[in-house]
Structures are given as C-alpha cells and as structure tokens.
Design a protein around this ligand. Sequence first.
Ligand code: IPM
Ligand code: MN
Length: 361
Amino acid sequence: MRTYDIVTIDGDGIGPEVCQSAITVLREACGERLRFTAAEGGAAHHLKTGAVLPDDTFAACRDAHAILHGAAGLPGVTYPDGTEVGNDLHLRLRFRLDLYANVRPIRLLRGVTSPLAGWQPGQIDYVIVRENTEGLYASRGAGINLRGEVATDTLVMTRKGVERVARFSFELARRRQGAPRDGRRRVTVCDKANILRSYAFFRAVCDEVAAGYPDVEIDHAYADAITVHMLKKPDCYDVIVAENMFGDILSDLGAGTVGGLGIAPSAEVGDAHGLFQGAHGSAPDIAGQNLASPVATILSGALMLHWLADRHDDADLRAAGERVDRAVEAVLAAGHTVPRDLGGNASCSAMTEAVCRQLGA
Ligand code: IPM
Ligand code: MN
C-alpha cells in the first residue's frame, strides 16, 4: 500500500490545536498510510528567527506529497509597510509552489443551521474556485506608498493564469452533480467586466475556455450582484470562478451562509503541489484554550485525501476521505458534540474524539 509524506505546519494562534486535531483524525482514518513531518513557519517563528517561511520548511513542502496547515498570523506582527508578516507563510507557498486554484466548498451540512432562513442541507452546495497566484494579490509587497499621500497596488491578469483556473473550474463542474436547484452543471464567472478591462479580459478568457465544455453551462455575475444572489438564491450555484481578491471576499461570505469560517475548508492546489487548511485565521484570542473548532481543518484534511486519491488513483484513500466527511457530518447531525462557533460548547479535543469515535463506529 502506497504511503504519503505530509508536511504539517502548525503555525500561529489556534493553528497548532486544529492542525494536531486533523492529524489525529487522519491517522484514525488512514492508519500508517500517511507519514507526517512537522515544519516551522508563521509570525511567531518570524519573531524568533526572522523567517516566516524558513528555507528548510519550503524545501520540505516542495518535496512532500501534500501540506497540511493550521493557521498563521499574529496581530501586530507587521512589516514596516503595515502588511502582516504571518500571511507571507501562505502567500509565499502559493506563489512559489504555483498553487493556482484555491478550492473552497460551500456546503450546508446536516446539523448546521444556515443564517439564511429556510435553507436546508443539500440546498446549498457549491464550490468557489479562487484564482490564487495573481489578481490583486500579485502586488503583494510591490505596491506603492508615495510620501504618505498616494498608494497603489496593481491588479495583474495573465492569459495563462485565467485559462488554467477557468479550465480547472469547468473540469470540477464536470465531476460534480450540478447546482441543487436544477441539477445543471454550471460555472459562474464572477468579475467586474462592466468597469475594468482586466475583469473584461478575465471574462473573455473564461468564455473562450467555456467553448470547450458544451456540457457545462456558463453564466456571469458581477462581484457586487453575486453577493445578493449568494444570499437569495444560493441553490443556483455549482462552481463560481473568481479573481483572487474577489474570491477571498466571496468565500468568507459563502462560508458565513453555511455556518461560518469554523466549518470552511480549503484546498490550494496547482499541477504539482497541494496545501490544505481551514479558510479561517489564527484566532489568537482563543488560542491555547482548547476552544477552537477543528472542523474546518479536519474537512481540509479530507479534501487532501480526495486530492491525493485523484492524483494517485488510490481508491482506499478516496474511501478514507469520504469516511472523514461522513464522520464530521454525522457528529454535527447527532448534535451531542457541537463546537462553540455553531452554538455548542464542545472543546477542540472533544470534537476530535467525537469524529474519531464516529470513524471507528
Ligand atoms: C484566506 C486568508 C488569506 C488570504 C490570508 C491569511 C493570507 O484570508 O486564505 O482567505 O488573504 O488569502
Ligand atoms: Mn480570506
């Protein structure tokens, strides 16, 4: 049986707790098939050593089968330009490993109540695919602050970058069952093509890619309008593809409609590497108190198993990923062990133990 080398980066704040929780669950689901190696990185590491992403950590990530991450970033740990140091852990890995698709499932699970009145599990089930290496983030560390009077950041779109994230989105739609409302496979291109040439370019390149997928419907939504649609008709969405900054914002809005960031997983993948982490931050205010919900990171671990299974045609790993997904949803649906962000009082360790028990059931 094939084994996989997984590099783990606990990071800052609640990162260690939720990352270790996910490792515990993945070991329960996969036994010895995953070999975990811990690596350093994040804002606290920067304070100690000056390195937010040490060279040996980057090398380990580059050479591993996948990367599992807790969270990074500490308030007040910033560069002289005011931007946060901890975020460079993610961003440097995204850019240097070319993790161009940030895959963010938005799914209402059984046992979770949506803040959108009347929506039931199964009715909200779509994926936001966020372009993850260019857009407005391309200017990270390159913006201009001129004498404290004028500041600019440049939004970058390349044909290569848009084509590959669009193709990724259409291929994903082909593997899904379509939007809950009508079962139609659909890619919604989110942009502001009416205002900026770069977004009109994004839309035009997506439309070119769509021509190769006659079996997948394409529609378009401006970034402002889609925020309303995501609240009023979430069941219309199957796959949404967006530029980096819009994807960052919309994925938090989407997560909010299905329970919040504590339940929102992410898979940041390219052609050769994958980084898996909850979409939430480091929540330093509750760090080290066993209060954090590990659900987003556990579900990100399941995404990692699915991704590895697809890459290596590993049916056992795919089954393990499905078992983890089902175990998390069964625990939430049972309602006995519910994390604090979902209205319960379960600790991080209690959630971990409940999911492991469910896996063994
Ligand atoms: C996310 C986060 C990151 C981002 C930060 C932590 C760099 O908000 O993954 O959504 O801005 O992309
Ligand atoms: Mn974000």
